[in-house]
Design a binder for this molecule. Structure first.
Ligand code: GAR
Length: 321
């Protein structure tokens, strides 16, 4: 069983979505645990429930603070709690661009509309006024632009003939309580999903010049050059040859560098069976704090080490601009 992802939940109000996440996290096999519930309001109802259930809480009123300094105080508590992700659950503050940028890909929100419809406030009234057949809720990644990040999951809720915003909001919340734990669980599990990791590696590998995919001894590999004379610069290994890792295999400069990497960062690198003997290192992909920029750099470097000179020269020229 993989380690659980640690999440901090931000609330401003009743916190029923936080409660749904909390009880979901206590079911056997949950992919996440809540390590902190934080609020910008001392009287947020959800704080009491979190305390009752033994979850650490943190309150920092936004009054009298700039957006940046308030966000920094919240962030400090999140880091102290060692959270990997921040999950917003009725957190009614707009976050500073700097904060959002620091947490890109690790900051999730639930919004009570079928995005991209009805960003912002009064979502239920707007859906009813527009004569929509359905309202609903969306779970999305947070980006600096309000309610505009990638939608991870949605649920539709039927609008009744004489619906009111309050009645609709109540039914949407019931739907949200089903949606949010599932969407958070799927999202934080992506890092252990070989299909997801492979797709990311593949996109990066095939973006390099003159590359193609070719299987080798049962593992997907990537080559540079022609179909006929191309050379392998990377392999994707899904717990192959008895390894517990899902990994990218790339070329180092040789055994010294390989052993140095494994010794200095055993959580990030290992010496793969067979390939290790010729200086290929395993870059471990199924880790919570995987650095995709570093994966991309390894691919480029490994590509360079086997690509024909005419291609690396072109790349050198392109890199100068
Ligand atoms: C939820 O309906 C959530 O979608 C909404 O606030 C409510 C919080 O309820 N969020 C937003 O409007 C964000 N812009 P809760 O405190 O009971 O979870």
């Amino acid at each position: 069983m993989a380690e659980k992802a640690k999440i901090a939940v931000f609330i401003s109000g009743t916190g029923t979505n936080m409660a749904a996440l909390l009880y979901a996290s206590r079911l056997p096999g949950s992919a996440f645990e809540i390590v902190l519930v934080a609020s910008n309001k001392a009287n947020a109802e959800g704080l009491k429930l979190a305390e009752l259930e033994g979850i650490s809480t943190f309150v920092h009123s936004h009054k009298g603070h700039s957006r940046e300094s308030h966000d920094l105080a919240m962030e400090k508590a999140v880091r102290k709690a060692n959270a990997d992700y921040i999950v917003l659950a009725g957190y009614m503050r707009i976050l500073s661009d700097e904060f959002v940028t620091r947490w890109l890909g690790r900051l999730i929100n639930i919004h009570p509309s079928l995005l991209p419809k009805y960003k912002g406030l009064e979502t239920h009234a707007r859906a009813i006024d527009a004569g929509d057949s359905h309202g609903g809720a969306s779970v999305h990644l947070v980006v600096p632009e309000l309610d505009a990040g990638e939608v991870l999951a949605q649920v539709e809720v039927q609008i009744a003939p004489n619906d009111t915003p309050d009645a609709l909001a109540e039914r949407v919340k019931i739907a949200e309580h089903q949606l949010y734990p599932r969407a958070v669980s799927d999202y934080v599990s992506r890092g252990n999903d070989p299909a997801h990791l492979f797709e990311r590696v593949r996109t990066l590998a095939l973006a390099l010049p003159e590359t193609h995919e070719r299987e080798s001894h049962g593992s997907p590999g990537f080559r540079v050059g022609s179909e006929k004379t191309g050379k392998y610069f990377a392999y994707f290994s899904d717990r192959h040859h008895g390894s517990e890792h899902i990994a990218l295999l790339v070329k180092t400069s040789g055994m010294d560098e390989l052993m140095d990497l494994v010794e200095a960062q055993p959580e990030a690198y290992y010496k793969p069976a067979f390939y290790g003997a010729s200086g290929w290192v395993g870059v471990i992909l199924n880790r919570v704090d995987i650095d995709w920029d570093s994966v991309s750099e390894w691919l480029t470097r490994s590509w360079r080490s086997v690509a024909p000179a005419r291609l690396t020269k072109l790349q050198d020229a392109a890199d100068m601009f």
